[in-house]
Design a binder for this molecule. Structure first.
Ligand code: 6PG
Length: 227
């Protein structure tokens, strides 16, 4: 399955490239799945500057940690601070109900997502090749009949997670990975230049019927063979 790899000079340019896609999807009134972690923060800030009116858009979460929305580990907190609070007109936000028991939260999110077309799915990449909260060799990689599940953490923060499953992520019309920094270079090579493997969950996630784009800075792309 073909993927487009976009290599930018530095992390700021990578964030700007992702921000443009986010802002355009929001302007088109799309359903956007946002990523957690630290990498997308700058992209969210720039996207809010590019387009302050997300009134026709819907925002979903690719995953979240089972902590209160005020907890520094919460992806919901990240997205509120870096994006939602900076908008003039906010989108419809579908937060993962992380205050509920994980299995209940996952079941509710699975039901909410059912039948919802996803236009832009933004994903990060962990140094171990995980994406969303789909960790290496985890049982969640085999789930094909649900769009969201509870998951055990494979990396810090070691709190339980709710994550979209591969069927949910691959349904996206445009799947976009954003990864920067030399620390991600091995995972980038495994995920996007080698055979798919359960050891590298990001290698298993591609848009099934749409486009897959990988946005990297030079450092994260440094182990790719680029003719
Ligand atoms: C999360 C993210 C996760 C993240 C990677 C990379 O909840 O942590 O969804 O998949 O994208 O762990 O995180 P960094 O951007 O912090 O390196």
């Amino acid at each position: 399955m073909a993927i487009d790899i976009v290599v930018t000079a530095d992390a700021e340019a990578a964030a700007a490239a992702a921000a443009a896609l986010l802002a355009d999807a929001a302007a088109a009134g799309g359903s956007i799945v946002v990523a957690g972690g630290s990498t997308p923060r700058r992209a969210y800030e720039l996207a809010a500057e590019l387009n302050g009116d997300w009134g026709d858009a819907e925002v979903w979460f690719g995953d979240d940690r089972c902590v209160p929305a005020s907890d520094l580990r919460s992806n919901q907190l990240l997205v509120h601070e870096a994006l939602l609070e900076r908008l003039i007109v906010p989108p419809t936000v579908h937060a993962i109900p992380t205050g509920l028991p994980p299995e209940s939260a996952a079941a509710l999110y699975d039901a909410a997502l059912t039948g919802e077309p996803l236009d832009l799915v933004l994903l990060g990449l962990g140094p171990d090749g995980h994406t969303a909260s789909l960790f290496p060799d985890a049982p969640s990689l085999d789930v094909r009949d649900r769009l969201a599940v509870a998951a055990e953490p494979g990396l810090e923060p070691f709190v339980r997670r709710i994550t979209l499953t591969i069927p949910a992520l691959e349904s996206g019309r445009h799947v976009v990975f954003l990864a920067v920094g030399e620390g991600k270079a091995p995972a980038v090579r495994h995920a996007f230049a080698e055979e798919p493997s359960r050891a590298i969950p990001a290698s298993l996630v591609r848009a099934l019927r749409g486009r897959t784009t990988v946005i990297l800075d030079e450092a994260a792309a440094s182990l790719l063979d680029r003719a």
